[in-house]
Design a protein around this ligand. Structure first.
Ligand SMILES: [Zn+2]
Length: 282
């Protein structure tokens, strides 16, 4: 059941919706199956970094067909479009994406506001929703790294700035810097729950956490309790896919279909665990 970003996050509340970037249709189907098994909404993402290489123009119709026929609310999301990728945003909207993230977090505040407001205007014409970002999340989205230190020294998102940003841009969701990073951590990061609480108190839109792979379950639950409503999870899917490749590396027979099937199962099981966790706000 196809939804736009705002609708989907509303339906997921008071829990958070999982957003899983994918590299192929099979990965997307595993994520959708996981959400269907739990009866929870889900966001299927494609990162801007992978958009061209995946030949998204060819794949998007199949993704959308899968989303439309899923038994749960789902959204096709373009993740981390950069300031110079407005053409890609337009292409994604033309293809039927109903959620766009514009990442102007590395720009000065006023330029981030102007860019994000422009994308909100554009997306509105298509009935799509927009996620902005304020306060940079460390590491690069969609890169299969081997582990980095938790970004303790990075500044957290300022609550007063976040409020002005949401008012001036009209975004449907806001990604904030709360101590997470993209990629894998060497040790669990420290999440600033105070930052989440302070930002949530001043804005009327769902907040987004990026870089959830490796964040402890308790920290995730506390973050959702304080206002996180969308959680991006990707590195763990790469990790479990590679675990399966390594597990099969010594096998002599040519059962490649078996590898595809067991990888699919691993993705589904992992996505299920994450979706269940994000939805639980006891
Ligand atoms: Zn991200």
């Amino acid at each position: 059941m196809k939804r736009n970003l705002a609708e989907l996050l509303h339906e997921a509340a008071p829990g958070a919706a999982g957003c899983f970037n994918t590299l192929n249709l099979d990965m997307a189907l595993a994520v959708l199956e996981a959400a269907e098994n739990l009866g929870k909404p889900v966001i299927v993402g494609i990162a801007s970094r992978h958009f061209e290489g995946m030949r998204t123009a060819l794949r998007a119709p199949a993704y959308l067909k899968a989303i439309e026929s899923a038994g749960i609310p789902a959204t096709l999301h373009l993740d981390h479009a950069a300031p110079e990728q407005v053409d890609m945003i337009r292409e994604a909207l033309d293809l039927g994406f109903t959620s766009i993230m514009i990442d102007g977090s590395h720009l000065p505040f006023s330029e981030n506001v102007d860019l994000t407001a422009t994308v909100v205007e554009l997306a509105k014409r298509y009935g799509a929703g927009v996620e902005g970002e304020l306060g940079a999340v460390a590491g690069e989205e969609g890169v299969a790294d081997t582990g980095h230190d938790a970004p303790a020294a990075l500044p957290y998102t300022d609550a007063a700035e976040a409020r002005r940003f949401v008012e001036q841009t009209g975004v449907d969701a806001l990604a904030i810097a709360v101590g997470t990073a993209h990629g894998l951590y060497r040790e669990a990061p420290h999440i600033s729950l105070n930052t989440i609480e302070a930002v949530a108190a001043g804005v009327n839109v769902p907040l987004v956490m990026h870089g959830a792979t490796g964040v402890g379950d308790d920290a995730i639950r506390e973050s959702v309790r304080r206002g996180i409503r969308k959680i991006n999870f990707f590195s763990g899917l790469l990790q479990t896919g590679m675990d399966e490749v390594r597990a099969q590396a010594g096998v002599k027979h040519n059962d490649y279909l078996g590898v595809l099937q067991s990888t699919h199962t691993r993705w589904r099981v992992l996505a299920e665990a994450q979706i269940r966790l994000y939805a639980s706000v006891a």
